[in-house]
Design a protein around this ligand. Structure first.
Ligand code: FE
Ligand code: FE
Ligand code: FE
Length: 169
């Protein structure tokens, strides 16, 4: 017989480890993306989110301690793939005017992954009666959503800019 049947609590812990691993990868990747972009506004948005990511990692450590678990990551293949795609954009579009658009899109893919994970974790924390953990995770979910929206606004502004430029040509 395989070991004890796993519970929602086990699943919650596994996903906590997944996002903890992912956040720490993001903390390394995001400053590189900030360095690579041409737009000062996009760089500022990335840098702001680096600082937020540090706080998000601390929140996850708090959630682990609420569970009496050591803060430990577990390889997240999704974030490795998303980071790799970002690196590909940086290489292949290094001298391209589309570099910023590529990295902005890549960053949004990361935010969407995080929104999916944190949304689920918040729901499970409620389900498990862990209201303090739910509140911490909700704070991060709100930051990820705000970041995604800020990136959308930058993307739209950039598209409007290029439209104006084309109209003036
Ligand atoms: Fe995050
Ligand atoms: Fe994952
Ligand atoms: Fe994020």
């Amino acid at each position: 017989m395989p070991g004890q049947r796993k519970t929602l609590q086990d699943l919650f812990k596994e996903n906590l480890k997944d996002i903890y691993y992912a956040e720490r990868k993001i903390l390394v990747a995001l400053p590189k993306m900030a360095k690579a972009v041409n737009s000062d506004e996009l760089r500022a948005a990335f840098e702001k989110h680096v600082a937020e990511t540090e706080g998000q990692i601390e929140r996850l450590q708090q959630v682990f301690s609420l569970l009496d678990e050591p803060a430990k990551g577990k390889t997240c293949p999704a974030i490795l793939g998303l980071v790799e795609e970002g690196e590909e954009v940086m290489e292949d579009f290094e001298d391209s005017p589309a570099l910023d658009a590529g990295l902005l899109g890549g960053a949004q893919a990361v935010e969407h992954y995080e929104i999916a994970r944190y949304g689920t974790l918040v729901a499970w924390a409620h389900e498990l009666g862990m209201s303090e953990a739910a509140e911490l995770l909700q704070q991060t979910l709100d930051e990820e959503k705000a970041t995604d929206q800020a990136l959308t606004r930058l993307a739209e502004a950039a598209i409007n800019d290029s439209g104006t430029r084309q109209a003036a040509e």
